[in-house]
Each structure stands twice: as structure tokens, then as C-alpha cells.
Design a protein around this ligand. Sequence first.
Ligand code: XMP
Length: 317
Amino acid sequence: MFNPEKFVQEQVAAIQKQVPEGKTAIIACSGGVDSTTAAVLVAKAIGKRLTSVFVDTGYMRKNEAAQIKTLLSGLDINLDFVDASADFYAAMKGVTDPEAKRKVIGERFIRVFERESKKINADVLVQGTIAPDWIESGGGVRDTIKSHHNVGGLPKDMKLVLCEPLRDLYKDEVRKLARHLHIPVAERQPFPGPGLAVRVLGEATPERTQIVREACAIVEEEIDAAANRGEIERPWQYFAALLPVRSVGVHGDIRVYGETIVVRAVESLDAMSAQYSPLPHALLERISVRITNELGAHVTRVVYDVSHKPPGTIEWE
Ligand code: XMP
């Protein structure tokens, strides 16, 4: 049985050894459960010798950058906010393969940190890697399913020492730990490190990313509203992805060759397996009507994913 209090005690001691007096650490904090929990844990051990860097990659959800700024500034940590979206979009130009996208984003991330870490002379890079990240990235005897960006993208010549205090924990344990540390993100749904880039199948251009950003916002708003009204249990994770499939549709009186959005909602405990959520048809219809109305010039078809994991993964890339 996971004991958060004992875990904190052990990790604080281990982190103090890994980052002794006179050394400094840096963490990429996305505002997600994993990285924020890692940041608060490490700050507990070494205080202001930890700097939290928030990188806006251009693949964040709607209003996320602003929300995260507010959240992180409420915690007692040094915060460094970097808008690197132009950099990321340029690096992703022409990249369509899912693994290549993850690697490019991972590399960009590390390069941005290296730049920021030079400013503060950091010695250690803290990451919020958790067990499913490295298991699915081909740790141990398993095959690579997906290279999670905080594992697969690390360049071989990286100069910082790695510190991953959550690497043996599963998601439900991280949430317990977050609650124990009074972190307000404990109930946030998971969001992949590479962000919306893996929810745009094919090239994640700024324009296609904007479509999926709006679609994800609609899915979240409608599902949250239904859960708040007590119509459904809030699923574990829910979002939209933009498929590389066009189909014939009608917009007004005009024939359009429109985009396809897939809606995904799943139940899971630890992300290693998942079941699709049997959302009510009335809710799916509200989501579909809003997406096609609000993104009508682009999206003419909305489909619902009824696959479990396995064989499907939760994200589409
Ligand atoms: P999959 O799609 O592999 O996702 O079934 C399992 C869970 O992990 C999230 N995910 C990621 N999280 N870095 C992360 O920190 C990543 O690169 C990444 N890719 C997927 C996904 O949203 C789901 O909750």
C-alpha cells in the first residue's frame, strides 16, 4: 500500500543527497499532475535552489498557459516562463511520423532547458517521469510502444544530471501524493508531454493545432458540464484528435471536403489499460453539433472512438 508521507520523507532525503548545498536544479513544469508534484516535492527538499521552467510549446490546450501561470505562481517555487512556440512550430515543420514528432519535441524541450539552465547555472534536471512512461518507452524487457517525450527524446550529449523522484509511481499514486502535498492539480486529467502535437495526426501545423485546440476545449466543456449536472461520472481522460482523413460534407449550401474529429473518453486507473467510456448519445450529439457549428468551415464529421486499451492506446499517436 502506497504511503505518501513515508514516500515524501524518503525522497526529500534522497533529493538532498542528489542536489547537495551549492548545487541547483531545474524542472520543466507543465502544470500537469506529474511535473507539478515533482516540482513541489523537490522544492520541499532544496527550496529556492530549484527553478521551475514553464515552456509554452504552442501545443498547449486553450487558455492553459494563463491558467498554469496562475497555478504555479500560487506555489512557493521560482518560476521562469518561456514562450518557445515559434521554435517548436519551426522544428515540427514537415514532421509526420508519430515517433519522430515525439523525438523532435523531446529534443526541443531539452534544448530550451539547457538554454534556461545555463542562465541559472543548474547542475541537475528534475523530471516528472512516472512508471508507465518508461515502461512503455521500452524500459526493461518490453517493446517500445511510444517514446514518451520525457524519456525517448533525451539527447545523448545532455550535460545535466537527471533526477526523477516519481519514476516508480503509477498515476493513482501520484494523485495520492499530490493530494497529500495539497497541490490543486490533483484532480486534473492527464495530458501528454508532447501536448496537442500528438492529437493532430500527421503534420502538427499551427493551423491544424488550432482546430484540435478548439475541439478539445468543446469536449472538455461539455463533459465537465454533464458531470457537474450529475448526468455522468467524469471520465478519467477525454479529448479530441484531428484525423488525417477528409470526407465530403455540406456547409450551408456548399459542398466541402472537410476534416474529421474523433472524440475519445476513457476510464482507467493507471493508464496501462483503459476502457472507452459509454457516454450518453445526447451528450455525444451536443459535442458533435458544437464542434461542427463552431469549427464548421473546417470540420464536417465527428466520430466517437469505442476502442479499449489494449489494443488501442489512449492517445491516437
Ligand atoms: P497512451 O496513449 O500511451 O497514453 O495509452 C497513456 C497515458 O499517458 C499519456 N501520454 C503521455 N504522458 N508523456 C506523458 O507524460 C507522453 O509523451 C505521453 N504520451 C501519452 C496519455 O495522455 C495517457 O494519459
